[in-house]
Design a protein around this ligand. Structure first.
Ligand code: URQ
Ligand code: ZN
Ligand code: ZN
Length: 483
């Protein structure tokens, strides 16, 4: 049985046009005007509505074990929420403990994700280094469709990657034709500043942003970019949150370096006043890293997105309920870091991006879907409404409104950082691989329908490698032993 969506305005990153879209067996099979349905096809009239590629969220952490607890949204509940908000693919993270075999961790996460209702893929974090890690990266890249490796420069005494890990892993990624992604905060600086806060008796959530000021991110962003430059590997900075990081990316891109940046709706719209709220739980609910920043950084992030310095939006969806956040009731450094948003990203970005005039509808598609698909090499399978692509799209009514609230969201968490936000422009229907999985508030998706998306390696461009290493080949200076 096929699905025919008629009379919609199709909005891709490159252009908008009116047409009908026919999907069958999970793929878009025909786009044209006045298409007719075959017997048994489902037909939806999208008159007055837009058809846009399903959102791709390149940064989620479903059921992540972290800071002594486990993120509350799992791969079933979290991907249900994603579909409800118009996101049809997530890229989550395999995060091995230091000394844990990367392949063992990968298998564990694959088991967790079996209950997903949306398509999913994995970045794999490199949290330690030895020859076995090097080997495992090759197996993951060549046999399991992993073309991106993550590095946490923060979280000392846990999953922090020091320069030895960064340099070795970046070099290995280059050999494989993979891309490196980084959480760019200097973990040593954070650790020391945290101790200083505690010594000064600052134990509440207000200490969180004070212990990781923008300079902590700026230093790490510049360091990661320079290491990537010398190792000649593409690099993607996740959740850039401040002017310092945006400027580091802009400088590198202006110098022709392959650097990408991601931004979260939370960092675009919220500021650090949330941490000074008198309600401890409210303030703690906003504890995530990097923290929401002082006023001023938000506009710089918007300009980064509008100018193309930043290419993607994500959510870093990593939820912890109040009882979990209360692990840090006496010490902010023990508050599990993370906030939600996988259900809200598309609508928040439409309202504050397109309705505000900051982004065109085409740019909205680029930063919520297409650019991620291109950077992580699943375009045009995902990220575009085109014949032959996966039939992942939303039917979007630009006139409908909703007020975001924890009381109505599908995310399994007792807080919403966008609580009370009125947004206009919603997905009335979400289609995933040709199936209507969400419609007018109802989710129709069985656990396990989500499929793992392998991501092909970018060409380990031997010519570029040769050129790069040739540039570094230095002939030793011949000296007579005249001493
Ligand atoms: O750092 C991350 O991206 C993970 C651990 C989620 N938590 C967070 O505060 N961003
Ligand atoms: Zn992070
Ligand atoms: Zn994250």
């Amino acid at each position: 049985m096929g699905l025919l969506v008629k009379n919609g305005k199709i909005v891709n990153a490159d252009m908008s046009f009116f047409g009908d879209v026919l999907s069958d067996q999970g793929k878009i099979v025909q786009i044209g005007e006045t298409l007719t349905a075959a017997p048994g096809d489902e037909v939806i009239d999208a008159e007055g509505q837009l058809l846009m590629p399903g959102g791709i969220d390149p940064h989620t952490h479903m059921e992540l074990p972290f800071m002594g607890t486990v993120a509350s949204d799992d791969f079933y509940t979290g991907t249900r929420a994603a579909l409800a908000g118009g996101t049809t693919t997530i890229i989550d993270f395999v995060i091995p403990n230091p000394q844990q075999d990367l392949l063992e961790a990968y298998e564990l996460w694959q088991q967790k994700a079996e209950k997903s209702v949306a398509d999913y893929s994995f970045h794999v974090a490199v949290t330690w280094w030895d020859e076995s890690v090097r080997e495992a990266m090759g197996v993951l890249a060549n046999e399991h469709g992993v073309n991106s490796f993550k590095h946490f420069m923060a979280y000392k005494n846990a999953i922090m990657a020091d320069d030895e890990v960064l340099v070795n892993s970046f070099k290995r990624a280059r050999e494989l034709g993979a891309i490196c992604t980084v959480h760019a905060e200097n973990g040593e600086l954070v650790f020391t500043l945290q101790q200083e806060m505690i010594e000064q008796g600052i134990t509440g959530p207000e200490g969180h942003p004070l212990s990781r000021p923008p300079e902590v991110e700026g230093e790490a962003a510049n360091r990661a970019i320079e290491i990537a430059h010398l190792m000649n590997v593409p690099i993607y900075l996740v959740h850039t949150s401040c002017q310092q990081a945006v400027d580091a990316i802009a400088r590198a891109r202006a110098n022709g370096q392959r650097v990408y940046g991601e931004v979260l709706p939370g960092h675009l719209l919220l500021d650090d006043s949330v941490y000074r709220n008198e309600d401890w739980s409210f303030a703690a609910a906003h504890v995530m890293s990097p923290p929401f920043r002082p006023k001023g950084h938000q506009e710089h992030l918007w300009h980064g997105l509008q100018s193309g310095t930043l290419q993607t939006t994500a959510t870093d969806h990593c939820c912890f309920c109040d009882p979990q956040k209360r692990n840090g009731i006496d010490d902010f450094t023990k508050i599990p870091n993370g906030t939600g948003g996988v259900e809200d990203r598309m609508q928040v970005m439409w309202h504050h991006g397109v309705n505000s005039g900051r982004l065109t509808e085409n740019e909205f598609v680029a930063v919520t879907s297409t650019n991620t698909a291109k950077i992580f090499n699943i375009y045009p399978r995902k990220g575009v409404i085109r014949e032959g692509s996966d039939a992942d799209f939303v039917i979007w009514n630009p006139n409908t409104t909703r007020t975001i609230s924890k009381n109505t969201h599908h995310q399994k968490v007792d807080f919403n950082i966008f609580e009370g936000m009125d947004v206009q422009g919603l997905n009335t229907v979400t289609v995933s691989r040709g199936e209507v999985v969400y419609r007018d508030g109802q989710i129709f998706a069985e656990g396990g329908r989500g499929q793992y998306v392998k991501r092909p390696l970018h060409s380990a461009d031997s010519q570029a490698l040769k050129l790069h290493s040739a540039q570094r080949k230095v002939t030793p200076v011949k000296r007579e032993n005249n001493y």
